[in-house]
Design a protein around this ligand. Structure first.
Ligand code: 4AD
Ligand code: MG
Length: 447
């Protein structure tokens, strides 16, 4: 029996007879020759079926194959730099075929399908080249996130998903019934991270988070994955240095490890190669000036070349303003010191200027918007209680959180990086819904 190999390992078996197991992407050819494009999860390549080699019976079986039929193909691996596939450069000279199942007519065809049609068939759509590539980049990004944090001495401490109180404002809460008591799906693990740093110094949580976003945008999901590092004895300035190292590592790792995937997606990686520290830093004040000056000049922004809207001081940036600001620099941009009023209750005010807080958002280039939100946290218990009251939050639910500030309070900071926004940016896709295997967008819960 020939050895069973993965297509990704074909290069190690040139000249050998091997078996690969997978699914037929498509069959082409006519007369005495058929080309079977097979994918096996690790990659794809072409097997060449030649009537004189196979004989009539096997060749008839080849001709019966439909898209997505499951198969075992046995043959000799040949190197040919023009051979199509991922990674490409290898093909199989087919000697034997074993059919597992002849697939019924497959609904996803090479023609253009509408997005709702594809999302309804997400369980099948994941098999297509682009979705395969994006999902693999996502896995590399997740691994890079963990590797970097683990190597830098952060401890992964898990935080709950069923929570009694809001972490990021009350307007996007998913409310559930916890045995007769109201509870919420976690919007963030941050508040628990803040408890955990007092036990472990540097921590991170990493998991799904939930936001009942009431509008449909290409940057918002109802369920998304976020990694949240939190660090004791850390000021805002220290935090930004950690963030730029972290994001650079993730991007450079994806560029190194996902060459085939990014090539398949036809991603122009020029700007991604720039993603190295230091990243530029501007204040919110400066950002508002830049936006308003450009808006007055009639600046327009992609994707629709609409006019850049001006913004009064105190407003939060929308997608057009973030896109414009990021486009003024050649790598991700930190915008710091946002107005306290547009940010969450827990952010430390700037000394002597309490109308702004010690916060920073990291804006990705090319219109991908905010990929990180972070800040220094309020460390004084009285000030924190006042902020909780000012935001009309139920003080009792935050007793434990305030209490953290009574036993060895220290300056501390942390941030959250959105996995789907990071993956969308690296892969160059226009909408977050393809950056997660089973997207939860407004109005969709299936499959
Ligand atoms: O800025 P956000 O809301 O910050 C927090 O949740 C903090 N508690 C993080 C922290 O300091 N520990 O969200 C952080 C990031 C955003 O920058 C964005 O990348 C992503 O999470 N994000 C979303 N991604 C997809 N869909 C949504 N609805 C998102 N909301 C936020
Ligand atoms: Mg934010």
């Amino acid at each position: 029996m020939p050895p069973i190999i993965r297509i990704a390992d074909a290069s190690q078996h040139v000249g050998e007879i091997v078996t690969v197991r997978g699914w037929l992407k498509r069959r082409t050819g006519k007369g005495k020759i058929n080309f079977l494009r097979l994918r096996d999860g690790s990659g794809s390549f072409q097997a060449v079926a030649f009537l004189p080699t196979l004989g009539d019976e096997l060749f008839d079986q080849v001709k019966s194959l439909t898209t997505e039929s499951s198969l075992l193909l046995t043959g000799e691996i040949r190197a040919d730099e023009r051979a199509p596939g991922v990674p490409g450069g290898y093909e199989m000279d087919l000697r034997h075929i074993e059919i597992v199942q002849i697939a019924e007519e497959y609904p996803i065809t090479p023609k253009e399908h509408g997005i709702e049609f594809l999302l309804d068939r997400r369980h099948l759509w994941l098999r297509s080249d682009q979705q395969w590539a994006i999902t693999r980049v996502r896995a590399v990004v997740v691994r890079a996130i963990r590797d970097w944090l683990d190597d830098q001495g952060f401890l992964n401490v898990d935080t709950p998903i069923l929570t009694p109180a809001a972490g990021e404002g009350t307007t996007t809460l998913f409310k559930i019934d916890y045995h007769g008591v109201p509870a919420y799906l976690a919007q963030t693990g941050q508040l628990y991270n803040e408890a955990n740093i007092f036990a472990f110094g540097k921590v991170y949580c990493f998991g799904p988070t939930f936001r009942a976003e009431k509008s449909k945008t290409r940057r918002h999901l109802q369920e998304f994955w976020m990694v949240e590092p939190e660090i004791a004895f850390c000021k805002l300035e220290d935090l930004l240095e950690i963030e730029e190292q972290f994001v650079s590592y993730i991007v450079q790792t994806a560029l190194t490890k996902c060459k085939a995937e990014l090539a398949l997606l036809e991603r122009d990686t020029t700007l991604l190669q720039n993603v190295l520290p230091p990243f530029p830093r501007i204040s919110y004040d400066r950002a508002v000036e830049m936006v308003n000056a450009a808006a007055a000049q009639g600046e327009t922004v992609p994707p629709n070349d609409e006019p850049l809207p001006p913004i009064p001081w105190g407003g939060d940036f929308g997608a057009p303003q973030e896109t414009f600001l990021a486009s003024q620099f050649d790598r991700p941009l930190f915008v710091t010191h946002y107005p306290t009023a547009v940010k969450a209750f827990y952010m430390e005010p700037e000394p002597g200027r309490p109308e702004v807080c010690r916060s920073a958002d990291l804006l990705a280039p090319e219109g991908y918007g905010e990929i990180i939100g972070g800040s220094e946290r309020m460390s004084d218990p009285e000030q924190l209680l006042a902020a909780i009251r000012k935001h009309n939050l139920p003080a009792g639910a935050y007793d434990w959180y305030v209490e953290l500030r009574q036993f060895g309070s220290v300056p501390h900071s942390g941030f959250g990086l959105g996995v789907e926004r990071t993956v969308a940016w690296i892969t160059g896709i226009s909408h977050l819904r393809e950056a997660i295997p089973y997207p939860r967008v407004l109005g969709r819960l299936t499959p």
